[in-house]
Design a protein around this ligand. Sequence first.
Ligand code: NAD
Length: 256
Amino acid sequence: MTRIAIVGGAGRMGQTLARGLGALDDMEVVALVDPHEPAELGGARYEAIIEGLGAHDVDVVVDFSVAASVVRSARWCAEHGVALVVGTTGLSDGDRAELAAAGERTGVVVAANFAIGAVLAERFAAWAAPYFERAEVIELHHDAKVDAPSGTSIATARAIAAARRAAGRGPIVDTTTNWTLANSRGADAGDGVRVHSVRLPGLVAHQEILFGGPGEGLIIRHDSYDRASFVPGVALAIRTMDRRGGLVEGLATLLA
Ligand code: NAD
């Protein structure tokens, strides 16, 4: 049985993870860490700060909180040899350096997208990329998202560009010359792979990757309908990571 503490345990993801991971046969959520008391504890202990945890009571810390708390989790986990899985986004280079330092003393996984389907979609896109003349990415999110385009869409566009380069294909050249509305062709994320952002109420997190070649097209689409979509990827990370040491960036590395 893997014993888990969730940092950010009162948040939307923390509560979803507590329910989802707690329902698995091989995992037990033993503690929720958050400055705010969680609405649901589900049998877990509540701690306001990570230092309140007993290092011998926890095997893995899962951090879905705010960027400012990730360094604290990294330091605590490194000091006590407890493995760390980080889904919190908006990390600075300094935060990443702390995670790398923690990875020298304990196992660390950090990924900006734990939806397995999204990770696979990026992999499929890189596979398809060299075979089509053009590729564009459309990402669609709820209207409360403050940043655009999504980090996942930038990563996908860059994976497409890298796969094209590796296959000896040059950058995509946009032949549009008459722009009647500014930015109507989206943003170039590198080598001419364009990204378009849609924001609408009712959406969660969605992405379409569109390829076009002579007489044919291919669309790869992924949908996160609910925060529950991130639970299997977190469970996969917990089960497959090397808890003794090393930093893993991105879930793709852990997918066979
Ligand atoms: P949220 O605002 O609902 O929850 C964040 C929680 O963190 C809050 O309860 C807050 O009180 C808590 N918190 C703040 N400071 C803390 C500290 N020092 N220690 C412990 N807890 C602290 O946000 P959310 O929607 O649950 O998202 C949380 C994070 O997870 C965000 O960075 C989000 O972008 C990220 N996220 C990542 C993925 C992924 O697949 N990697 C998926 C969804 C969300």
